[in-house]
Design a binder for this molecule. Structure first.
Ligand code: PLP
Length: 392
């Protein structure tokens, strides 16, 4: 039947990642033996700390291979509760769901809270999966734009203007992918006050929490500000970025119990528990047994950030603000007169360098550079970027 697809739910029609076609082209060029450089990577280029790997091997040797409670391993939930307390959030194991990656946690929260007719506020530039998750839930995304000169923080009046009777959720991501911005306490307080005043839930994606480079800047969990906002907040975190565990697929959420009940039920019919022996390994991570490696990784990222920012300042055609966290620098390329997509495609063809065009991050005048790569790679990549800009 020719129009068979039209008989099915439009909620299933998500956009595939736009960066995939660039990645495919880069692969093709590499296959031809060409020296392609990449500044598009979204994961730490480090190995998982040995203590975590050892704990996983031990769990396997001990036969920890069966189903467990679908919302998570009790020992891991206890460690998450302690970690939240260290962030100033008093909670219980009954407020925690362990998930197969932070991505699933985000998906489950949006699905459990929102549906057709509902609105979700997202601050642009945003991580590209939020719009697709919102679309999959049937809800509508409402974008509040932010500006580089304001450290990508929302303006109170603009945030308030976006609220309607249909608003169900505000998504906050600090430190942010793609901007690297870390919200100040004042910004978080402003968002919290609005959420409390209008009784709207807040989804706080804190996956880059450990990757902050400015010693004066501290990560603040919005749920720690007061009990009113705590009752409205779902805090999301995971192991991918902090412990170089992207492939292990482990994340978690901390939420009010009524929502945890909903999400636990949803998860019990979807994935069941996140991989059992991986959860045993994560206990060791939260107990601090890999803290030395994490600190070394953060120091390495800090040095790379400094190097990258120093080199980028030598390219007059692009502008950026120094990011405080994550491992990305957003570069404004509007002076070149090109769309981000054209810029990235031409850069790959002419200089064999991959960067992420930010149209699908709600920032069509920006490209995102990742410094999850060696200092040599950074130097070579910026050299190519500079040549490309000079030749425009
Ligand atoms: N949230 C943000 C902002 C991210 O950048 C990512 C991964 O790139 C995730 C969540 C997902 O992390 P995980 O690997 O735990 O699913």
């Amino acid at each position: 039947m020719e129009n068979l697809q039209d008989n099915y739910s439009p909620l299933g029609t998500l956009s595939p990642s736009v960066t995939l076609s660039l990645a495919a082209r880069a692969k093709e060029l590499k296959k031809q033996g060409l020296n392609v450089c990449s500044m598009s990577v979204g994961e730490p280029d480090f190995d998982t700390p040995q203590a975590i790997k050892d704990a996983c091997i031990q769990a396997l040797s001990d036969g920890k291979v069966g189903y467990i409670a679908s919302s998570g391993l009790p020992e891991l939930k206890d460690e998450i509760v302690k970690k939240m307390a260290s962030h100033g959030i008093q909670t219980t194991a009954n407020n925690v769901v362990v998930t197969t990656g932070a991505k699933l946690a985000l998906f489950e929260v949006i699905t459990a809270l929102c549906g057709v007719g509902d609105e979700v506020i997202v601050l642009a530039p945003y991580w590209l999966s939020y719009p697709e998750m919102i679309k999959a839930s049937g809800a509508k995304m409402v974008v509040v734009n932010t500006k580089a000169e304001n450290n990508f923080a929302p303006i109170k009046e603009e945030l308030e203007k976006a609220i309607t009777e249909h608003t169900k959720l505000i998504i906050v991501n600090s430190p942010s992918n793609p901007t690297g911005a870390v919200y100040s306490e004042a910004t978080l307080k402003m968002i919290a006050d609005i959420a409390v005043r209008y009784n709207i839930m807040v989804l706080s994606d804190e996956i880059y929490e450990k990757l902050i480079y400015d010693k004066q800047i501290k990560h603040i969990s919005i749920a720690s500000l007061n009990d009113d906002i705590k009752d409205l907040t779902i805090t999301i975190n995971g192991f991918s970025k902090a412990y170089a565990m992207t492939g292990w697929r482990l994340g978690y959420l901390v939420a009010p119990q009524w929502l945890v009940k909903r999400i636990s039920a949803l998860q019990s019919h979807a994935t069941s528990n996140a991989t059992t022996f991986v959860q045993y390994a994560a206990v060791v991570a939260l107990q601090g047994k890999a803290d030395k490696e994490v600190a070394d990784m953060v120091d390495t990222f800090a040095r790379r950030r400094e190097l990258l920012c120093k080199l980028l300042k030598e390219i007059p055609q692009i502008s950026f603000i120094e990011p405080q966290g994550a491992f990305y620098v957003m570069c404004n390329i509007s002076q070149t007169g090109k769309s981000a997509k054209d810029f990235a495609e031409e850069l790959l063809e002419k200089k064999l360098l991959t960067v992420i065009p930010c149209e699908s991050f709600g920032a069509p005048k920006y490209i995102r550079l990742s410094y999850a790569c060696s200092e040599e790679q950074i130097k070579e990549s910026v050299k190519r970027l500079k040549e490309f800009c000079q030749e425009l």
